[in-house]
Write a protein that binds this ligand. Structure first.
Ligand code: HDE
Length: 756
């Protein structure tokens, strides 16, 4: 009854090769009729969406339900028509004056088809262009009800949501696993209207004032002359800006940490970044910071792995999210708040809550869980949903208010404004994915892409002609009731407060909170990124910034760059570490983890089958890797191969199991009676792709298991059988059992530090 086990069973059914040959049904799926791949000759309805897919379920701007109708309208009937609904008898040939004659201008179908195609693209987002999204449900615990009157945060309320994850710098077609911040934007379709939490996976930002957003983005984007590099921060303009502009130091340090290269979108934390203000039914206010905590823990790639993935599977994160949802392993996060008294100075324990380069350590203000997010449905159309969704920090509901964080103030303008260019006018809230589920009765009229047919004659207030409608809500139920915060008496100035001037103590806290292996990764990242800069002055300035965080960090990076390490120009901050910031040292659920089971031509198929079933029983995903695709073995016991040696790469797996042989003294990978200490000729007898897979998995700190008959293949790959996290067992399932706890720790951390 455990949903993960159920999901695993579904995957088992889908993967099981037992018995069914292609002639009996879908290859590998018993009893299922094979689809015909011939072009149908009889009209029939379009294929329905897959069970895991759904479109937005919405009501129209005037409150009429249209969700399902909308989907039907988009593609209905069996016959091809033009945009006016007129049936067509040919769509492959232009109308010509004879088969070899000129094409005629009167061919409306040709002109309409090509005209529409010419305009298929809309401008990509100026930032966060590359994204992936899913539908889901948010269930509130009610634990926030004392601090906010927001209806969707009352006890046990279920609210539909749409979540879009993104990278920041890259274009729409850029790779997923670049070193970058990730967007984590959630649209809650609440009964009181839409609430958008437009957050990131990093809790701080590069700048303290929105007026500098164009600067930081211009610096991070590709160089304007050659338009390179794509989706990278490892270049001169980025480092020029962040080293001159030291308020960027904290965010940059997070980017250089493992947080900049998440393992999966499902293993990222999310943060609202700014401090928000909650208001309860009595009008009392509380300052809060929002957090998303992934159920599977916070996990990252290692740098070499991320770089390989950008080549071998640039859609790695997008694929992982969609596959997990399709398999029924629904990603989950807990929603939480850190709460602070709403005092006039808006600080907590000396930390300025209006400065978005600050975090408040969880040890000082624990994250209190207030609800749960489950993503359970994939979009049915990428453009209509993931591309056209429009988030806005100003989409607020009663009970949630903003603060005077100057970064947030600029965002309140920008997100509305950008949609005008991107979505072609101010009616984007009428696009199905953006429609509120609460009835809409606004007085906004006309403009491009108006799809509502408004009734009445009086879109103004006050009026008597439409019976005085629409009426105003009372102050107790209406939104945008400004909290009467006292604004300190002052002059108009272009200045930041004095408290925004400390740019190094928070980065130092982050550095001190890291485990040795995480520090090693940070050193590697700075050495790589600064090493990619051409200008010596930028590298030197980068080292100066590091010296102000920590001398050891600076010395190590300086050594890697071959430059002298400068001394700090500010006193090093005396701060306590925050253990909650480290990703290492915990044990996490292994749901949805991917285990590669590699077998050679003479492998122990019984053992492979048993391991595959045991992996599934744990709610993880087994992928059988064999020399070629197709099946292993015959008849009822045939095993489906998911990856061949040509299509497998280590980066896909969280752990690798190397199948042994059924017989003693044999070797599953071809060579016979191989002993340790293979010479080069003997090594060459093993497939180099298996050796590469193993050596990468080893370097990247992944658990590796091998059972009897596979020892020599390990040896040939240069993987020591007695290294930490390498298990050589008697049987497949026995070996698997021994690597389970390693998977719970994400990586075999003892194998680091290593420069990868
Ligand atoms: Fe954004 N940001 N941002 N941002 N942002 C956009 O809005 C902007 C900032 C974030 O999946 C744009 O619709 C300014 C912080 C996410 O559709 C744009 C400033 C945080 C997404 C914009 C910031 C974010 C965006 C581009 C400085 C984390 C993707 C397209 C004041 C809390 C949303 C769009 C999606 C997207 C402006 C800073 C998160 C141009 C001016 C801080 C997750 O409006």
């Amino acid at each position: 009854d455990n949903p993960i086990k159920q999901a695993a069973r579904k995957v088992t059914d889908a993967l099981r090769g037992d018995g069914a040959g292609p002639e009996e049904g879908i290859p590998g799926k018993p009893g299922v009729e094979s689809p015909s791949f011939a072009e149908p000759t009889e009209p029939h309805d379009p294929l329905p969406p897959k069970p895991d897919q759904t479109g937005p379920d919405t009501v129209s701007p005037t409150g009429q339900p249209t969700g399902a109708d909308q989907a039907r309208m988009a593609q209905s009937g069996a016959y091809l028509t033009n945009a006016q609904g007129t049936r067509l008898y040919d769509t492959d040939h232009s109308l010509k004056a004879g088969p070899r004659g000129p094409v005629l201008l009167q061919d409306h179908h040709l002109r309409e088809k090509v005209m529409h195609f010419d305009h298929e693209r809309i401008p990509e987002r100026v930032v966060h262009a590359r994204g992936s999204a899913a539908h889901g449900v948010f269930t509130s615990y009610g634990t926030a009800a004392s601090v906010t009157k927001a209806a969707f945060l009352a006890e046990d309320v279920e609210t539909p949501v749409f979540v879009r994850f993104s990278t920041v710098l890259g274009s729409r077609g850029s790779a997923d696993t670049v070193r970058d911040t990730r967007g984590f934007a959630t649209k809650f379709y609440t009964s009181e209207g839409v609430f958008d939490l437009v957050g990131n996976n990093i809790p701080v930002f590069f700048i303290q004032d929105a007026i500098k957003f164009p600067d930081v983005i211009h610096a991070g984007k590709p160089h304007p002359d050659r338009e390179i590099p794509q989706a990278q921060s490892a270049h001169d303009t980025f480092w020029d800006f962040v080293t001159l502009h030291t308020e960027a130091t904290h965010h940059t340090l997070w980017n250089m940490s493992d947080r900049g290269i998440p393992r999966s979108l499902r293993t990222m934390e999310g943060f609202g970044v700014h401090t928000f203000r909650l208001v309860n039914a009595a009008g009392e206010t509380t300052l809060v910071k929002f957090h998303w905590k992934p159920k599977l823990g916070v996990h990252s790639l290692v740098w070499e792995e991320a770089q390989i993935i950008n080549g071998v599977d640039p859609d790695f994160h997008r694929r992982d999210l969609a596959d997990a949802i399709e398999a029924g392993a629904h990603p989950e996060w807990e929603f939480g708040i850190q709460t602070f008294p709403d005092t006039p100075d808006q600080t907590f324990e000396g930390i300025d809550l209006l400065d978005p380069t600050n975090i408040v350590p969880e040890e000082l203000a624990p994250v209190q869980p207030i609800g749960k997010l489950v993503l359970d449905r994939n979009p049915s159309n990428f453009f209509a949903e993931t591309e056209q969704v429009a988030f806005h920090v100003g989409h607020l509901v009663p009970g949630i208010d903003v603060t005077d964080d100057p970064l947030l103030a600029g965002r309140l303008f920008s997100y509305l404004d950008t949609q005008i260019t991107r979505l072609g006018g101010p009616n984007f809230p009428q696009i199905p994915i953006n429609r509120p589920h609460a009835p809409v009765n606004d007085m906004l009229r006309d403009s491009f892409h108006q799809t509502a047919v408004h009734r009445g004659v009086a879109p103004y207030r006050p009026n008597s002609l439409d019976g005085g409608c629409p009426f105003l809500a009372g102050a107790d139920t209406g939104a945008y009731i400004e909290t009467p915060v006292t604004v300190p008496e002052s002059k108009k100035v272009r200045e930041a407060p004095e408290s925004f001037a400390d740019h190094f103590s928070q980065p130092r806290r982050f550095w001190l909170s890291m485990s040795p292996v995480e520090r090693e990764h940070i050193i590697g990242a700075y050495t790589f990124e600064l090493g990619k800069c051409y200008e010596q002055a930028i590298k030197e300035r980068g080292l100066q910034v590091l010296a102000n965080i920590d001398p050891e960090l600076c010395a190590q990076v300086a050594a890697g760059l071959g430059l002298p390490a400068p001394s700090a120009t500010v006193p090093l901050a005396d701060v306590e570490p925050s253990p909650a910031l480290s990703q290492v040292g915990h044990t996490w659920p292994t749901d949805g983890r991917i285990v590669g089971i590699v077998t050679g031509p003479d492998g122990d198929l019984e053992g492979v089958r048993a391991v595959r079933d045991a992996v599934l029983a744990q709610g993880m995903v087994p992928l059988v890797v064999a020399p070629t695709g197709g099946k292993l073995g015959d008849g009822a016991n045939a095993l489906t191969v998911q990856r061949s040696y040509a299509t497998a790469r280590s980066v896909e797996f969280d752990a690798v199991l190397l199948a042994g042989t059924p017989g003693i003294g044999a070797d599953a990978y071809g060579a016979r009676d191989a002993k340790s200490g293979l010479d080069s000729v003997e090594r060459a007898a093993y497939d180099p792709r298996v050796a590469l897979l193993l050596s990468e998995a080893f370097r990247h700190g992944k658990a590796i298991g091998a059972w009897k008959g596979a020892e020599a293949a390990l040896e040939a790959a240069g993987v020591p059988a007695d290294a930490p996290g390498v298990i050589v067992g008697d049987s497949g399932t026995g070996t698997l059992e021994q690597i389970l706890h390693l998977l719970g720790a994400h990586r075999v951390w003892e194998r680091f530090p290593a420069q990868v």
